[in-house]
Design a protein around this ligand. Sequence first.
Ligand SMILES: [Zn+2]
Length: 350
Amino acid sequence: MDTIFTEKHHLRNSKTELYGGQLVEPFERPSRAEYIIGRVREVALGPVSAPNDFGIAPIAAVHDADYLTFLQAAWTDWRAEGFKGEAMTTVWPARRMSSRIPTHIEGRLGYYSLSCETAISEGTWEAAYASAQVALTGAERIRQGAGSAFALCRPPGHHAAIDMYGGYCFLNNAAIAAQYLLENGAARVAILDVDFHHGNGTQDIFDRRDDVLFLSLHGDPMDAFPHFLGHADEIGSGAGAGFTVNYPMPPGTGFETWRAALSDALSRMATFAPDVLIISLGVDTFETDPISFFKLTSDDFTTYGADIAALGLPTLFVMEGGYDIAEIGVNTVNVLQGFESGCNKPSCLT
Ligand SMILES: [Zn+2]
């Protein structure tokens, strides 16, 4: 399997995250990607190549123009106010307040964010842009006939909504890849989000669409970030009704329960018959992940990679979360190797 990767992910190197009332080193840090690419090379998964530049247009096909303008200038605007630290949100348009977009950067941070743990730092836009290009390059490989590809995106993307960042995400890489494929020959795309956290951004982007089936297996939002989306009764709106499927699961969920949800998701995908499957691949379902509460083991990742392969669909893996950095490389590559071992249909063999 080909891996798409760029060292530009290092440009996203925030020093502060608000966690448990303390400013800590962010859980989403550059070493995550280094562990993963190290493991890809260690097991000789396949060629590793740099992304092409598809420009801003495929990003603007998913995110609002005013949001992108804000994101590109946020760090500069923040520093221009004389603030000494990284750009963190301190105020939101809460219930019954105005949703007018403020002029001051402090207000705009609140308008365009969904949470405050994620600080905008120097280079954030450049890294997020490069990460989206990694996903687009993977999508283009699939469009050209590859049976699978691994877009090693960092920063991740699935919490980024049409006009909001948060949860370490700025641009929704999986959604950008899906939209690109739909505009370039695919009639239907399925996105399966196996990250521990609900893919609220992806759900937001495709809420009213019937050409994208979005399925997410995640910690119950009653107990887990992002807390305000991801319930089982959210099924999509308008023409998209029935094209969003959520599988919230409680603290302590092990592989048997998780795999039963996956099995249901896979059967729904088989019925939907997409041209391409995109996996939002987060491995923070691991039993010792520091910020999650599922109990998957390293072997379980191999097993479910093979389960996904049984669909026999062209599949693009897009990296999302996973924070137990000593194991993140092994668990990620286990999914990819499990997929390759389980793939015996013609479309998988390229
Ligand atoms: Zn996650």
